[in-house]
Ligand binder design. Structure first.
Ligand SMILES: Nc1nc2c(ncn2[C@@H]2O[C@H](COP(=O)(O)OP(=O)(O)OP(=O)(O)O)[C@@H](O)[C@H]2O)c(=O)[nH]1
Length: 393
């Protein structure tokens, strides 16, 4: 009758863990090739399970190859793999890679492990030192995610795994310090088996968490691209219309006291800017306009690029007076002269102006199409009456 400890033969577990790491490395490698470079960290997350695989091969060769490979090098490679996971997370979360201190720890570990395997062999000391270092590394890695906390599944899985791993390594360190280390790494005590099972699962689970996080990021990027204008970063026409429909439905139900207004804005004489200064300067002006329009916006308002040099503002909860005040503020904000050092001033553009058509929701019988048509007609009037002004439908 096999006991639990003999059923969980550490060498088999280690070999399986290595193979799982290798498979995850292949998955991450193919993701890295097809994902956009804006999703950073995938290279490091591909190399990490690969390093884990190499370390498990070395561990499994214990007794077959010299200890310097199966103990010293194996642990150093494993530690380096964990550093790579950490580096991948740093890049993924928008930081620069900063793992120099941990690489220095790898070197120190190498020296200590060499000493306590070749010069003065002591498994408990090796175990205590290694588990102490790796517990610290996992904890530093977990802290990075705790600083970027979200409710997304992949990130929560990653944080939980790292904390658990840090805890298990910390407990194993404690057990070694208390004289419960056992006689060697392949010693099949239940604590050692648990410790190795944890490591085996972690290589796999960390990679799965990485895959989940990267896929989630890709979905967010696509979602952003589908709803935002690439030039100004504002909502695009499709997203704006969806937003407007949503707000009209809410206003019909009486939200914000049934008040809702739309502003349609159009840059004045924009064609002249393009003709005189070139299309690129025209683009720069559109970006500047977007910035100026966003600054004085009420919190519930939504603003986006409706077309070429046309913008649309949805103002939930604002009726005639409130919306008119916002429109005048926007018009005045756009008209502020450029700072002398700004590139647009240097290009010779003195001042911008916008014409604004405003329409106010008239009650449950009103529709979005009718609102847009009234705002458009008011804008047309503003243009006809000399531009740089607000007209109300
Ligand atoms: N640079 C740049 N120009 C654009 C973009 N989209 C549209 N335009 C230009 O915007 C100009 C709009 O010109 P018009 O509709 O004649 O309007 P306008 O010159 O602003 O004149 P008014 O609206 O009557 O004051 C056209 O020359 C378009 O080519 C864009 O993304 N970038």
């Amino acid at each position: 009758m096999p006991t639990l400890s003999s059923a969980l033969d550490p060498r088999s577990i280690i070999v399986l863990a290595g193979l799982m790491g290798l498979l995850m490395s292949v998955v991450l490698f193919s993701m890295r090739r097809s994902y956009p470079p804006s999703i950073r960290g995938l290279r490091e997350w591909t190399l990490a399970p690969l390093a884990s695989f190499v370390s498990t091969v070395l561990f499994a060769l214990r007794g077959v190859v010299p200890d310097i490979f199966s103990i010293v090098l194996a642990n150093m490679v494993l530690f380096q793999g964990c550093i790579l996971y950490y580096a991948g997370s740093q890049l993924f979360l928008g930081h620069e890679r900063d793992t120099r201190a941990w690489s220095a720890v790898t070197v120190v570990l190498g020296v200590v492990l060499f000493w306590f395997s070749e010069v003065q062999p002591s498994y408990p000391i090796r175990l205590a030192v290694f588990t102490f270092a790796i517990s610290g590394l996992f904890f530093a890695h977990a802290r990075l995610y705790l600083r970027h906390r979200t409710k997304r599944v992949g990130r929560r899985l990653m944080t939980g795994l790292l904390l658990l791993q840090s805890l298990v390594a910390g407990l194993r360190c404690l057990s070694a310090v208390l004289g419960e280390a056992g006689v060697g790494m392949l010693d099949a005590t239940w604590l050692q088996s648990l410790y190795i099972v944890m490591y085996s699962l972690t290589a796999l689970m960390l990679s799965i968490a990485g895959v989940l996080m990267a896929t989630d990021r890709l979905r967010l990027e696509f979602e952003f691209m589908a709803t935002h204008d690439p030039l100004t970063g504002m909502l695009n026409r499709r997203a704006l219309i969806e937003r407007c429909e949503h707000e009209v439905t809410r206003a019909r139900r009486g939200a914000g006291d049934g008040a809702l207004s739309l502003l349609m804005l159009d840059a004045d004489h924009f064609k002249r800017i393009n003709d005189a200064f070139g299309h690129q300067t025209g683009d720069e002006v559109l970006r500047e306009l977007a910035l100026r329009l966003q600054a004085p916006m009420p919190p519930l308002a939504r603003l986006g690029r409706y077309g070429g040099e046309e913008f649309l503002v949805v103002l939930p909860g604002l009726g005639h007076d409130g919306a008119r005040a916002v429109a005048e503020r926007l018009r005045a904000g756009v008209g502020e002269p450029f700072a002398p050092e700004s590139p647009l001033a240097a290009a010779g553009i003195g001042r911008l102006s916008v014409s604004i058509g405003m329409a106010v929701f008239q009650g449950p019988a009103d529709t979005l199409d009718a609102l847009l048509a009234r705002a458009d007609a008011a804008l047309y009037r503003a243009k006809a009456q000399g531009r740089d002004r607000v007209e109300i439908a």
